[in-house]
Write a new protein. Structure first.
Length: 452
């Protein structure tokens, strides 16, 4: 591929000529009208039809919601509406050319003036297809932009971006950064990823799958999906997911504005599992594994593993469900974690149907702190093992009493065969001779157990 982008004077002149035409109210998108006439623009209707065809966008979009991020003059928005979709178009400025075309077409496309950083599912809802054409390299925070697109999607995000040529490097995922006007003389062109970097960023944003389907004239078209491919029939036993915790705090609570990762602990009879053979899901959406590490094997429960992955962006406050599988297995059991609100507060969410019979508290054990640096656990941990037929339990479902103190566990994990483990990180020491009891929800307390 011949490189004709950043730093190339001829390329810069062509971009500046194009920019002057657009600023003189000449459209970037041609718009085809119902009477067969065309409002002319720099990109022909035929060219834009081909851009959609590359992604395999269906001709029939009835029943679908489509979001067009960076809609500009609106051809892609209006075309998706023509195919039957409910469409929301977003751009950082309001353009008369979009409004004029919408009026001439009699369109009902919803038009919103928002920066990418202002986008959220809370404002706009979620969409079956998100178009993210010609936006990424205009963003100061491109990875955040991809995370926003993921948050707004129920399945598929179509990304088209400027890219630099691939390089023969040990790590080919590289990106140029443009401090000023190095790319085409435009101060809002911030970055040029290699194709490998573009895919790596899409996966790092949280997409389960990312695939480049075409590179032409230093433009890459990539399809990003939130779901894993349909698995083959299982040939191995399903893993058992023991617990999920925050990599920083070791509790099952996460803050929406912090960069925190899920640590998932599970058992599997399979050996040699790695990042390409473990498939994590959060609320049914695939989440790429960043690292898979063996934690040891036991004769009765199989091989222990820890898989770390991104906590998906844009999760609402409250309960969320994790499960995982291997390349050869069916899905594991489900384990919960909880999202705080932006002020760091827990949000009350009704408990699922809990068993009517009280749990059986098997033991209550004190464990000394394994890391003296963490103030939340400086006095160690209380670990309670109990038996319950519950299918799924979260921290909000379990209450532990020590003396006059009533505590919520910081993690609740499933050992299997109806045995559960509830951990409380202690900031103060337990009095000698203390005992603990436990209940689910507002149910019946177990008899007290001495803390050993």
């Amino acid at each position: 591929m011949t490189r004709v982008a950043a730093g190339d004077t001829g390329f810069e002149q062509r971009i500046q000529d194009m920019a002057q035409s657009v600023q003189a109210r000449f459209r970037y998108h041609s718009i085809d009208l119902p009477d067969g006439s065309v409002l002319p623009g720099l990109q022909s209707v035929e060219h834009m039809r081909r851009r959609l065809a590359v992604f395999g966008v269906p001709m029939d979009l009835r029943g679908k919601r489509v979001l067009d991020i960076g809609a500009w003059d609106g051809w892609f928005s209006f075309e998706c509406e023509r195919r039957g979709a409910e469409v929301v178009a977003v751009d950082c400025v309001e353009l008369d050319t979009f409004l004029e075309a919408r009026e001439l077409l009699g369109s009902k496309v919803e038009y919103r003036t928002l920066d990418v950083v202002e986008l959220s599912a809370a404002k706009l809802g979620r969409f079956d297809i998100v178009l993210f054409f010609g936006v990424l390299y205009h963003l100061r925070h491109p990875l955040l932009g991809l995370e926003k697109a993921l948050e707004l999607s129920t399945d598929q995000v179509l990304v088209e971006s400027f890219v630099i040529p691939s390089e023969n490097r040990t790590i080919p995922a590289v990106m140029e950064f443009y401090e000023r006007g190095e790319l085409g003389g435009q101060i809002d062109n911030w970055c040029g990823p290699s194709p490998e970097c573009l895919l790596a960023m899409c996966r790092s944003a949280g997409f389960a799958q990312a695939e480049i389907i075409e590179i032409s004239s230093q433009r890459a078209s990539a399809i990003c999906r939130r779901h894993w491919p349909e698995p083959p029939p299982p040939t191995a036993a399903a893993p058992h997911l023991n617990s999920v915790a925050n990599n920083r705090t070791h509790v099952a609570l996460f803050h929406p504005d912090k960069e925190e990762y899920l640590c998932c602990y599970f058992k599997s009879p399979e050996v040699g599992l790695g990042v390409d053979s473990v498939f994590v899901e959060v609320d049914g959406f695939g989440v790429p594994a960043l690292v898979v590490a063996a934690t040891g094997a036991t004769p009765n429960t199989g091989n222990g593993y820890q898989v770390n992955c991104l906590r998906p962006p844009g999760l609402a406050p409250g309960r969320h469900v994790v499960n995982l599988r291997t390349a050869r297995s069916a899905n594991s059991n489900a384990v919960e974690f909880e999202m705080l609100d932006r002020d760091g507060r827990e949000v009350a969410v009704p408990s699922p149907d809990l068993p009517h019979e009280p749990p059986e508290l098997c033991s209550a054990e004190f464990h000394a702190s394994g890391d003296r640096r963490l103030t939340a656990a400086r006095a160690g941990s209380l670990v309670c093992y109990f038996r319950s037929p519950a299918e799924r339990l979260g921290c909000a479902d379990v209450e532990i009493e020590i003396g006059t103190s009533k505590l919520r566990p910081h993690t609740v994990g499933s050992i299997g065969h109806g045995i559960w483990q509830a951990n409380v990180l202690l900031s103060t020491a337990i009095a000698p001779g203390a005992a603990a009891r436990l209940r689910l929800g507002s149910g019946v307390w177990t008899p007290k157990q001495p803390i050993g």
